[in-house]
Design a protein around this ligand. Structure first.
Ligand code: NAP
Length: 306
């Protein structure tokens, strides 16, 4: 333990945590931001084009994350690198336990974001990093001029397919229904790509490989039951996200999906604990709603501390 009791500890340095830091600084709180080993930014780092954050059209996710971080640095926000493994929040002084140290505070904002869901088919774990990827912007370059499949029908799957279409010879977008969930504006752009082929009403049942690398994908048409084998060099899994809330379950109310239960004021089920960004139960998970949560959470923290 450091021997300091902070007004506030912010766990997580994605858009929600960094926005919260900017507001906490304006309120002159004594606080730290705990960012995990591996750095700041969160899932936004994996987005090639952020075309819906007001005023920053065409910015990459990395650039936007860097701009948030730079803003905090200019304000002298104190960052601590540690991996949080648990919290104790029953008393008026909250304790945040990291792998490296413990941190005492009067209020906590949990802004730990979310992670990629898995497909859960044979071969997925075996070929992870050997043709199976969860991040097109990170790994796309390995598949230049090759054939890949993207699995999913949300914003991420469509963005990944578009990004990969600029690098790969051919991209199959495999979706379990006959209609995409992704924003219509993204769909319009996707359908203009000549080397992207939609595979509708189809699920992947197995990822196969040769010589330790992905070589094909077993597919099943959910309408007809027909099974086919599609030769591919890579498989990009984009089937949704899961909240990074495991360290807090048992201490706070979470919903059936594991998201921390908190309203727009970000107040979790225990006084003095707030959840902001993708880890919070909410309808729309985007940078703009994460940043808004950061601001709302600090407003609630100030009311709580008063
Ligand atoms: P998502 O919106 O939850 O979409 C997940 C997709 O995967 C859905 O199409 C779903 O099919 C499919 N799926 C789920 N489980 C599957 C399985 N086992 N097998 C096959 N397909 C499966 O997730 P996301 O695309 O990762 O996006 C996460 C959040 O980030 C969303 O709120 C999204 O709006 C947001 N986001 C926004 C932007 C942006 O605004 N630019 C960019 C990226 C992400 P069904 O459609 O049939 O359910």
């Amino acid at each position: 333990m450091e021997g300091i009791t902070y007004d506030l500890v912010i766990i997580g340095a994605g858009p929600a945590g960094l926005a919260a830091a900017i507001y906490a600084k304006r309120a002159r709180l004594n606080f730290i931001v705990i960012e995990k080993t591996g750095g700041f930014g969160g899932q936004i780092l994996e987005t090639p084009d952020v075309d819906n954050y007001p005023g920053l059209m065409g910015s990459s996710g990395f650039d936007l994350a860097q701009a948030f971080r730079d803003h905090c640095e200019k304000l002298d926000v104190k960052f601590v690198t540690d991996n949080v493994v648990g919290i104790e929040v029953s008393g008026s002084i909250k304790q945040v336990f990291g792998e490296e140290d413990g941190y005492d505070c009067r209020a906590v904002i949990i802004a730990t974001g979310a992670r990629h869901a898995k497909l859960k088919v044979p071969g997925e774990d075996e070929y992870a990093g050997a043709g199976v990827s969860y991040c097109a912007t990170c790994d796309g370059a390995f598949f230049r001029n090759k054939t890949v499949a993207v699995i999913g029908g949300g914003d991420v799957a469509v963005e990944d397919a578009m990004f990969l279409s600029n690098l790969c010879e051919k991209v199959y977008l495999i979706h379990r229904r006959g209609e995409l969930r992704a924003a219509k504006s993204l769909q319009e752009k996707l359908f203009e790509k000549p080397n992207v082929e939609m595979v509708w009403d189809t699920v992947a049942t197995e990822i196969k490989g040769e010589n330790m690398m992905v070589s094909s994908l077993m597919l099943k048409d959910v309408q007809t039951g027909n099974e086919t084998e599609l030769p591919v060099n890579g498989v990009f899994v984009a089937v949704g996200i899961l909240p990074n809330s495991n360290e807090f379950t048992g201490k706070l109310a979470v919903n059936s999906g594991g998201y921390i239960v908190a309203g727009e004021d970000c107040a979790a089920s225990v006084p003095g604990v707030f959840a902001a960004g993708d880890v919070r139960e909410k309808k729309l998970r985007q940078v703009i709603t994460a940043a808004a949560d950061g601001a709302n959470a600090v407003t609630s923290v100030l009311e709580y501390l008063r």
